[in-house]
Design a protein. Structure first.
Lengths: 228, 540
């Protein structure tokens, strides 16, 4: 069903884009997402449409979402770099580090999950052959089971990363407490922040330089492809 | 010394060098003077006599270092140099006989100052241009000199805040420690030199430097404590010394006399030379124009002015080689800028002179530095026939792709619709459920294997499916007997039935007889039923 919908809508969206009607293209891609399509390419195209319409914060939000779904797509990072130059707050993004579980930066959560499922299914088949048929499959079982389990753990961790970043939608004052307090600093549309605890309609946000404070969640778009 | 050798090693010939522990002394002070022979054999040279200085031989040292995979021997002849009176003294080049050839060292200039009235520890700070006006952009050296007749265990310099000045970026702070003798008393001397570039005009004050020194404390040995002093621990006393503050006046550079097109921003006393590596090259080869800028100002951030492309040759800038160091309290720098000249036609090329404007801090005026024009003769070469005009033929005439504007990258025209989401339940389903199933299956098998084996139950099951096969009837009967008698069924015969009740024993014997008769074709019908009945009685 989703496939049919995408075929039906991709044509008009592309045609509208080529014709320079970015608003129509944006609506078409947004419609696909609203119907349940969760694809990095769709979010990427949606970001492009937002950007061309001058909606830089929305473009950043769409591209950050696309990054979670297609982490190896260099076009997304390139466009994000262009959009960040047009925001008001200069926030240096932390340099990506290569973690011990290096595949976490190379594979999306879904890719990790699917790979994990394949490896674990193979693992159980090998274990069954080893235990029930007495076949010499113990070592192959370990060689598939260990990476399968690691991928499963990192999949869960990657899924937890959904919703850990937000894009400021409208100018907001960051305060020291959830109930007000001292105004610490201001953020403007397009600023990317890490999200922490939430309390009522306030959410704790943090900048890469360590500054943190509370802001209204209504002034924030959460980067989470599982939300619509 | 290793740096020294590294510099001279490529020459592949013996070198002789003259150096002193310091080139600024005070009257009555004695320091080391050294003649070093690198990669050669010699005897101790004779030093020339210099009025106001005296030299006393003080031994020699031999060392071997590996440079570029070659062992290089160095012999250092030392003297104790004593300054007898105030003034400036020059030690002329010293002739040294090395492997039958007479080589000469570099000359050396020493400055001898009057004695301080104070004795003991002294800490003095000075800047290299303390007698004149400073200019924005000028490079100066902040010198700190500490001397003490005591042995120093550790020392730490706390630099002052250089307001309106920054550290020169092409050279490091220089710290020298050496021994000297003043009126026969050995002193430890510590010199710190910090090159600075002036960045702001106005009256500036360099606050006092703080020098923290740790001296060892001598204690009488405690004869009752055999471990006293064990382990090399030294008890120390800390003393803090402060220098005097230094005040300077810094002026903005004047605009009068400045030629903006040639102004380089360099401040100092500079000389400029330019030299072509070849006077004549064949077409297809290249020559190198080496422009050398030497002076006492920082060259940080400076690059040669660009030159316009001319017809007949191309120019490529090569890597820049910068050297900067503090020598005798003065900052010296040398920049070597190389340009590759690639001719494209036979003939004569006249390279324009390199012209720069710098600001001379000593005279307070702008100075135009200009090298001489260079001529390069280009003759026919092997590749002449292949080289044609720059813009046509086989010469690579491509240019970099120029940016006309900036925009985001294009959309994906065939976007993937594969869901980027993943349910953790799927992971649980595939990762855990098969494990539970397999585990349950294995658990059942384990439970079965743990159940107690009851031969009666098994035999009863066999009796249900019993047929008329004579061999199976005999087997079943023997197993039933074995169970009853508590013996192995194999080989049980009629003679083994003594343990049974008499009635049962007779019936068993009779059945043995029937089975034996049946084996030879005799016997009555219904044998299977009788076997089954008797077996059930036996295992009941």
């Amino acid at each position: 069903m989703m496939w049919l919908l995408s075929i039906a809508l991709a044509g008009p969206a592309n045609e509208a884009w080529v014709a320079g009607d970015h608003a129509v293209a944006r609506e078409a891609w947004q419609a696909q997402i609203d119907e349940g399509a969760v694809s990095g390419d769709l979010y990427y195209n949606l970001g492009n449409a937002h950007y061309q319409l001058g909606e830089v914060p929305a473009a950043i939000h769409a591209w950050r979402t696309a990054q979670l779904l297609s982490p190896r797509d260099g076009d997304i990072e390139a466009n994000l770099g262009a959009a960040r130059k047009r925001t008001e707050d200069r926030i240096e993004q932390p340099a990506p580090e290569t973690p011990i579980l290096f595949w976490r930066t190379a594979l999306s959560a879904a890719e990790q999950g699917r790979a994990s499922c394949v490896l674990l299914a193979l693992f159980w088949l090998l274990v069954a052959g080893w235990r029930l048929r007495r076949l010499p499959l113990a070592i192959p079982a370990v060689l598939t089971g260990v990476p399968g389990a690691l991928l499963a753990l990192s999949t869960l961790q990657s899924l937890q990363d959904f919703g850990s970043v937000g894009v400021v939608a409208q100018a907001a004052t960051i305060e020291s407490t959830a109930s007000g307090g001292v105004a610490l600093f201001e953020l403007h549309p397009g600023a990317e922040v890490a999200l922490g605890d939430s309390l009522g309609d306030k959410v704790l946000v943090a900048l890469p330089d360590g500054r943190r404070g509370w802001m209204s969640s209504e002034a924030l778009w959460v980067v989470d492809p599982s939300r619509r | 010394m290793s740096i020294l050798i590294a510099i001279v090693a490529p020459v592949q010939a013996a070198q002789v060098l003259l150096d002193a522990d310091t080139r600024r002394l005070k009257v009555g002070q004695s320091v080391g003077l050294h003649v070093t022979v690198v990669d050669g054999s010699s005897s101790r040279p004779d030093l020339p006599e210099v009025d106001g200085l005296s030299f006393v031989p003080a031994g020699q040292q031999v060392g071997i270092q590996m440079v570029n995979f070659k062992n290089i021997k160095t012999v250092t002849y030392s003297w104790q140099l004593t300054a007898e009176r105030e003034g400036s003294f020059g030690i002329p080049s010293v002739p040294v006989e090395v492997d039958g050839t007479t080589l000469t060292t570099n000359p050396l200039r020493l400055a001898v100052a009057a004695r301080d009235a104070s004795e003991g520890e002294t800490l003095t700070a000075r800047i290299s241009d303390d007698d004149g006006r400073l200019w924005v952009g000028q490079t100066l050296v902040y010198d700190l000199h500490f001397s003490t007749p005591k042995r120093v265990v550790d020392r730490r310099w706390t630099p002052p805040t250089f307001d309106g000045m920054v550290s020169e970026q092409d050279t490091d702070r220089r710290v020298r420690e050496y021994q000297a003798s003043i009126d026969g008393v050995p002193h430890e001397m510590i010199e710190v030199s910090e090159p600075l570039v002036v960045t702001a005009a106005g009256r500036r004050t360099i606050p006092p430097s703080v020098f923290t020194v740790q001296y060892p404390i001598r204690r009488q040995r405690n004869s009752r404590d055999p471990l006293a002093g064990f382990g090399g621990f030294i008890e120390t006393k800390t003393e803090i010394f402060t220098s005097e503050a230094i005040e300077v006046d810094v002026s903005e550079l004047p605009t009068e006399g400045r030629i903006d097109a040639l102004w380089t921003g360099l401040v100092g006393d500079f000389t400029l030379t330019a030299q072509l590596s070849e006077a004549s090259v064949a077409l297809g080869e290249s020559a190198t124009l080496e422009v050398v800028l030497v002076g006492d100002g920082s060259l940080a951030g400076f690059s040669l002015p660009t030159v316009e492309e001319r017809e007949g040759y191309r120019i490529y800038d090569d890597a820049v080689e910068l050297q900067a160091e503090v020598v005798d309290g003065a900052f010296l720098t040398k920049g070597v800028y190389r340009r590759a000249i690639v001719p494209e036609a036979v003939g004569s090329i006249e390279l324009d002179p390199v012209a720069l404007q710098v600001f001379d801090a000593n005279t307070g005026t702008y100075v135009l530095l200009e090298s001489s024009a260079q001529l390069l003769d280009v003759r026919e070469g092997e590749l002449s026939s292949e080289l044609e005009s720059y813009s046509e033929g086989t010469v690579d005439a491509r240019r970099d792709v120029a940016d006309l504007g900036e925009d985001i990258l294009p959309i994906k025209t065939d976007p993937s619709t594969r869901s980027g989401l993943f349910s953790p339940w799927a992971l649980g389903g595939i990762g855990v459920l098969p494990g539970l199933g397999l585990g349950g299956f294995l658990f059942l098998g384990w439970v079965r294997s743990r159940q107690v084996h009851d031969p009666r139950v098994e035999l009863r099951a066999r009796l249900v499916d019993l047929d008329d096969d004579l061999g199976r009837l005999e087997d079943v009967f023997r197993e039933a007997l074995g169970i009853r008698l508590g013996r192995a069924a194999a080989g049980l015969e009629k003679a083994d039935l003594e343990g049974l009740d008499e009635g049962l024993r007779e019936r068993c014997r009779a059945l043995y007889g029937e089975l034996e008769a049946a084996r030879y074709g005799g016997g009555a019908g219904g044998l299977r039923d009788r076997v089954r009945q008797l077996c059930e009685e036996l295992i009941a």
